[in-house]
Ligand binder design. Structure first.
Ligand SMILES: [Zn+2]
Length: 113
């Protein structure tokens, strides 16, 4: 029996691996604190950034969201450039840095690159 048309193509193009973990922007249903800084209140009805963390979510105020997005964009830009120039590069977060500043973003750039 012949393969259904397009099957091979679906396999090779497939689901493209993403560098992003799940991210949402939504409205807080109740008041709580920003996960990056407990002095940043998020009020009921405020827009917030949610970043998947294990089975739950880390939730951030819009000021921290801006920094997180800018850091992530900068990291992606570096990776994008490295892909084109074939340079060695290392970006992303690790636990030590997360604990140190509580904000997601660039962790390390290979100094030997
Ligand atoms: Zn915040």
């Amino acid at each position: 029996m012949a393969r259904p048309p397009g099957r091979l193509r679906r396999c090779s193009v497939g689901r493209v691996r993403s560098l992003l973990i799940r991210v949402e922007i939504d409205t807080a249903q109740r008041a709580h604190k920003c996960q990056a800084n407990s002095r940043h209140p998020i009020k009921k009805g405020d827009i917030r950034l949610n970043v998947r963390a294990g089975r739950g979510w880390d939730r951030y105020c819009m000021d921290c969201a801006r920094k997180i997005v800018e850091g992530s964009l900068a990291a992606l830009t570096l990776v994008s450039r490295a892909v084109e120039t074939r340079e060695a590069v290392s970006v992303g977060e690790d636990e030590a840095t997360l604990i140190a500043d509580g904000v997601k973003g660039i962790v390390a750039i290979d100094p030997t690159a």
